[in-house]
Design a protein around this ligand. Structure first.
Ligand code: NAP
Length: 249
């Protein structure tokens, strides 16, 4: 496990699912860990469970994103690691998709990433040190799912954002990378019904969904000092889901 002892790490959407898994792993690696989400009651309960701190945050509010980073600097003195992970994935088939459906997904997933990463970079630039890890997806950049054209566009958009941002900050001790999860067992998947994980297994060569911590380990690597020469890159964590060229016999 990579050693993050003494690093200050902030994870948006750290109160559930993948973000909670990232928080658990970064904390295990020694980071002083802070999680955020919109649900304060849940956030405080999860913070207690993981022995981390919680700050309420809606990533769609640019001022709130700036204020949260200011609060972290005030309390901890620096911010070493930002995991921009908050995201939503409501299903809307294209024929019925409204402008509001489109905007909500893009506002949380893409604009929220822009707001929070920009706010963090402003302090990381002064430190001349920072690790930004964005939770994107295989959806959009590599695969598609019916009912997720807005979501796929937002997740591919995060990668376009990440690559240009990585270039802008490459000379300043700051790396910006992304993890691309496949199908990960999280609270967010419960909306698809009890049978969904079983049904999905058949599409995954490893025959099992990933766990939130599987994304946490990839994020931990990208957040480590050892990953200092990697920027603007992605790691697919999907149990081989994107590999098959044909249905195996
Ligand atoms: P989840 O279980 O539904 O958790 C989503 C997290 O995001 C929660 O902590 C939630 O906290 C937070 N969140 C949602 N809207 C927010 C907002 N406006 N401001 C701040 N926080 C907000 O989802 P998940 O499955 O863990 O997904 C997490 C990320 O991984 C997303 O970016 C998703 O696109 C990506 N991903 C997931 C999978 C998968 O298979 N699960 C695959 C690929 C990519 P509150 O409820 O408190 O707001």
């Amino acid at each position: 496990m990579f050693n993050l002892a003494g690093k200050i790490a902030f994870i948006s959407g750290g109160t559930k699912g993948i973000g909670k898994g990232i928080a658990r792993v970064l904390k295990q690696a020694g980071a002083i860990t802070i999680i955020a989400g919109t649900d304060t009651v849940r956030g405080e309960a999860i913070a207690k469970e993981l022995a981390v701190d919680f700050i309420p945050l809606d990533v769609t509010d640019q001022t709130a994103c700036k204020n949260v980073i200011d609060k972290i600097i005030e309390k901890y003195g620096r911010l070493d690691i930002l995991c921009s992970n908050a995201g939503i994935f409501p299903q809307h088939y294209l024929k019925d998709m409204t402008a509001e459906d489109w905007d909500l997904v893009h506002t949380v997933n893409l604009k929220g990433t822009f707001f929070l990463v920009q706010a963090a970079l402003n302090v990381m630039e002064k430190q001349r040190y920072g690790r930004v890890v964005i939770t994107s997806s295989i959806t959009g950049e590599i695969t598609g799912i019916s009912g997720y054209s807005h979501y796929g566009a937002s997740k591919a958009g995060q990668l376009g954002f990440m690559r240009s941002a990585a270039l802008e900050y490459a000379g300043q001790g700051i790396t910006i990378n992304a993890v691309m999860p496949g199908m990960i067992m999280t609270e967010g998947l419960t909306a698809f019904g009890d049978e969904f994980p079983n049904h999905m297994k058949d599409a995954i060569p490893m025959q099992t969904l990933g766990m939130p911590e599987d994304i946490g380990y990839a994020a931990c690597f990208l957040a480590s000092d050892e990953a200092k020469y990697i920027t603007g890159q992605t790691i697919v964590v999907d149990g081989g889901q994107v590999l098959p060229e044909m249905q195996e016999a």
